[in-house]
Design a protein around this ligand. Structure first.
Ligand code: CAA
Length: 445
């Protein structure tokens, strides 16, 4: 059977940076360690005045196409995943295709375009759609372009304000991919939840604490469903676990739950039993409350074991390196977690070909998906070409007053003009609105 998966990745961060411990914390009168140690975040990315979800997505896609020597004729499908769209009818993929057509001789008239919405999990759903399209043999030799692009803004003063971010991830989905093959096995955990939503509004209504509980509950359901689908979950089977990362502290919590779940009835649970006992089983308790208290005690003990700490340091922590510096990118977040882990593997000369990742995607509202990925032979060459570290270093560091101006500039209800902080070069930029209030774009040299 032909392998299908991710053949190339490009990442584009918004060009501005808000330093959380240095700039944000003092104004909020908070301890900087709430951000660095508690949430696990150092900075958020923001778009400059001339950037938005279209420019970031188009620039990532353009760079990917240039690097792979592709023309529009090689692409049969453009799917955009976003929860920051500004148009309820015309999909963002048409705007992005329009940008790309400015710089290529051919066009994308033959390409199926769409926009996926299910909060942050839409990026992975778009990967799945592309995978299914190729597996069904409908691609006529062409690849799919999947673009996850978001400007994750919260209302000023909302607790989520500290977890904002902006950027795009473009991925090429092809037969015989160079980076990872996706597994056939998938597991889902999906339920009607009102933890985080945007009922025709730009900034989300969020029940922050509940959203964290829903994340954990749906992830666990998805893991169980993945096991029912025949997927392996023993921690020893996976080198990295990239999860959706709204902020690294969330993944720290999810990692402990995942480890507990996946060591149950394994050699690892037995090995740990001498030190912390076996995991409490619900059948052994008369009431749910007593069982939950026992589980909490076991989790505290588990967290302190060398086995858990080593697993977390090797399998989860490397997935968080980019996220710490850029914040939440919603649909792109799990995809920067994968890239972050593979970059770490390349820097540490790890032998990855044939090794596996257990990928946990999540979207509020809410749905989780677990699938596995097998690393392919060309992974290192692809990852070496990423420029995200340099982009992160080159961002303009905003003062708090500038941050407020930038937040207003990207507020859809305000029409605020603002000088650019950086100079665009060889990229698509937003230039204004047309007669039908459509947003318009140009490529600048
Ligand atoms: N030193 C060290 N740690 C500190 C600290 C200090 N001085 N001060 C606080 N902390 C810790 C806290 O103990 C807490 O950690 P624990 O949860 O492990 O106890 C952490 O820092 C955060 O502190 P608070 O809980 O007090 O923070 P908060 O209430 O201001 O906001 C939040 C946290 C509710 C998650 C908020 O950021 C939020 O609403 N975010 C948006 C929603 C979100 O991201 N939800 C995640 C799941 S939903 C999802 O994944 C979809 C998505 O992308 C949005």
């Amino acid at each position: 059977m032909t392998a299908v998966g991710i053949d190339a990745i490009e990442i584009w961060t918004g060009k501005l940076k808000l330093d959380l411990p240095e700039t944000f914390a003092p104004v909020k009168d908070e301890d900087p360690e709430k951000y660095t140690k508690g949430l696990g975040l150092y900075a958020s990315s923001f778009p400059d005045s001339y950037e938005d979800i279209v420019t970031m997505g188009a620039n990532a896609a353009h760079r990917l196409m240039e690097r792979k020597g592709l023309t529009p004729d090689d692409i049969g499908r453009i799917d955009v995943a976003t929860e920051s769209a500004f148009d309820n009818s015309k999909p963002v993929s048409t705007y992005i295709a329009g940008c790309l057509e400015q710089v290529y001789d051919g066009d994308f008239h033959h390409a199926n375009k769409g926009e996926r919405k299910f909060a942050c999990i839409a990026g992975t759903q778009s990967l799945d759609d592309a995978y299914n399209w190729i597996k069904a043999g409908r691609n006529r030799g062409r690849s799919a372009l999947v673009i996850a692009t978001d400007t994750a803004l919260y209302a000023r003063g909302d607790p989520g304000e500290a977890t904002q971010g902006a950027g795009a991830v473009a991925m090429l989905i092809s037969e015989d991919p160079s980076i990872v093959e996706l597994s056939t096995e998938q597991g889902y955990g999906s339920a009607d939840e009102t933890d985080f939503l945007k009922p025709n509004q730009q900034f989300p209504s969020v029940d922050g604490k509940r959203s964290m509980q829903v994340y954990l509950a749906r992830m666990r359901e998805a893991l169980e469903d993945f096991e029912r689908a025949g997927g392996e979950t023993h921690p020893g089977d996976y080198v990295f676990g990239p999860y959706h990362t709204p902020f690294p502290g969330m993944v720290r919590k999810a990692g402990l739950f995942a480890f507990r779940h996946t060591i149950r009835d394994t050699d690892i649970e037995e090995e740990l039993a001498a030190e912390i006992g076996r995991q409490p089983r619900e059948d052994d308790y008369d009431d749910r409350e007593a069982f939950e208290e026992a589980i909490r005690g076991y989790m505290d003990d588990l967290k302190a074991t060398d086995q858990y700490q080593e697993w977390y340091a090797n399998t989860i922590d490397p997935t968080l390196r980019i996220s710490r510096e850029v914040g939440n990118w919603y649909t792109g977040s799990v995809h920067i977690a994968r890239a972050s882990a593979l970059q770490y593997a390349a820097e540490n000369d790890m032998e990855m070909t044939g090794k596996k990742l257990l990928v946990g995607s999540y979207g509020s509202g809410a749905q989780a998906e677990i699938h596995a990925e097998t690393v392919q032979e060309g992974w290192e060459e692809e990852l070496d070409q990423l420029s995200i570290d340099e982009q992160i270093r080159n961002r303009h560091d905003l003062t708090y007053e500038e941050y407020e101006q930038v937040h207003d500039r990207h507020n859809h209800d305000k029409r605020v003009e603002l000088e650019d902080f950086t100079e665009p070069e060889n990229e698509f930029v937003f230039v204004g609105r047309g007669d039908m209030d459509e947003r318009t774009y140009e490529y600048v040299e």
